[in-house]
Design a protein around this ligand. Structure first.
Ligand code: B12
Length: 322
């Protein structure tokens, strides 16, 4: 394919204008086989992760494996993936650490990132169409069978940290990702993959309360507090409950400890702003006694809505309160 350098520069400038903190271009060729980055590493790890049952109860992770390894199958005629990132870094942890407080993962304290990133990505598509009328593309945030972290690495946005997170130089790992799989002749950023900045640091592995981080930078969800509080619809195993502390939705332990996060600047203002009806921070006692209407109001416009009312009550009862 003949790449268009001028268009590549224009699209990247538009992405910044639409509110994305970082933008990179990944090739759309199957993540399983593209050169020159070790795409095979992703494919092998992903298959092994599933085979070992590390996806726990998330059966959907085993669906559409073919698409997940071949993003070009999501959009006919696609030639590249525009990878986008926004930071949700925040420093308002104090109220969540006081005695009796219910800990909510940082990403879920602000506005629902799915909606905000999608809105900005759709706006970006509209702007692109103005300069390239034949543009065909689809926007994705989190929910599609797309290997978002792998694509982000392949677009030069950052590297996969030992905690499994995409770490973006200058932003850290409190970063959300979005993608536009499209037909533009954009120059991929594969020539400048980010070097692994973790070095010998294993702080995240030591910080994980349940030992869920595996040596190959993937997570055993059977042990992950984030999985159990957000995705697991059944019982939380006793050994996880014993280590859950005051977490009622998600976990930030492996991110907070990361040296690349400690000095990260505050995240996007709109993304970190509280949704209209947010009642956060709450106490564990309040969560344990949450009515359906309390849940319905507080989770509106927030990623918290991924956990049902019943799950919040269960999570509140599973905490050790500390
Ligand atoms: C399922 C899921 C979960 C599950 C499982 C998490 C996991 N680590 O697998 C649970 C519910 C536990 C979860 C938790 C969280 N999640 Co989540 N989750 C996802 C989802 C939907 C799929 C992830 C997935 O495919 N997992 C399977 C594993 C095997 O794949 P992987 O983690 O991507 O790892 C691959 C890469 O690392 C790659 N790789 C490794 N080394 C290398 C090297 C090279 C050179 C290359 C090319 C590739 C490569 O190979 C691995 C195997 O395929 C993605 C969105 C998406 N569609 O991708 C969001 C996503 C990963 N989650 C996100 C977030 C924010 C979180 C939490 C921080 C929320 C919280 N505070 O509780 C935690 C973080 C836990 C952690 N340390 O990973 C963000 C992460 C952004 C980032 N900076 O990395 C994503 C991308 C959503 C988004 N659009 O912003 N999540």
């Amino acid at each position: 394919m003949q790449f268009d350098d001028t268009l590549t520069t224009q699209v990247k400038a538009l992405a910044t204008q639409c509110g994305f903190a970082r933008v990179g271009i990944a090739p759309v060729v199957p993540v399983a086989s593209a050169e020159p980055i070790e795409h095979g590493e992703h494919m092998e790890k992903f298959r092994q992760w599933l085979a070992n049952g590390f996806h726990a109860g998330m059966a959907f992770m085993a669906d559409n494996v073919d698409k997940r390894l071949h993003p070009d199958k999501l959009v006919e005629g696609a030639s590249c993936v525009i990878c986008l990132a926004i930071s949700y870094m925040r420093n308002d942890d104090e109220p969540y650490e006081s005695p009796g407080a219910a800990y909510i993962a940082r990403y879920a304290r602000g506005r629902d990132y799915h909606k905000l990133l999608k809105k900005r990505a759709v706006k970006l598509c509209d702007r692109i169409r103005e300069i390239f009328p034949g543009f065909v593309g689809r926007c994705f945030v989190d929910t599609a069978p797309l290997p978002e972290r792998t694509l982000a690495v392949q677009s030069g946005l950052g590297w996969i940290g030992r905690n499994g997170m995409l770490i973006v130089p200058g932003l850290g790992n409190h970063v959300h990702l979005a993608e536009i799989v499209c037909n533009l002749p954009l120059q991929p950023d594969t020539a400048k993959p980010r070097p692994d900045g973790c070095g010998d640091c294993t702080a995240c592995i030591a910080a994980c309360p349940t030992g869920a981080i595996l040596p190959d930078k993937t997570i055993d969800c059977n042990r992950c507090i984030s999985y159990h509080t957000i995705e697991n619809r059944g019982e939380i195993p006793r050994e996880v409950q014993d280590k859950i502390g005051n977490r009622v939705f998600g976990c930030d332990a492996c991110q907070s400890i990361c040296p690349h996060t400690r000095n990260a600047p505050p995240g996007d203002e709109q993304l970190t702003a509280a949704p209209e009806n947010s009642a956060l921070p709450l106490t564990i006692e309040q969560i344990r006694n949450w009515t359906y209407d309390d849940w319905d109001l507080t989770t509106r416009g927030s990623a918290l809505r991924r956990a049902t009312h019943e799950m919040f009550i269960r999570n509140g009862r599973s905490t050790t309160g500390k």
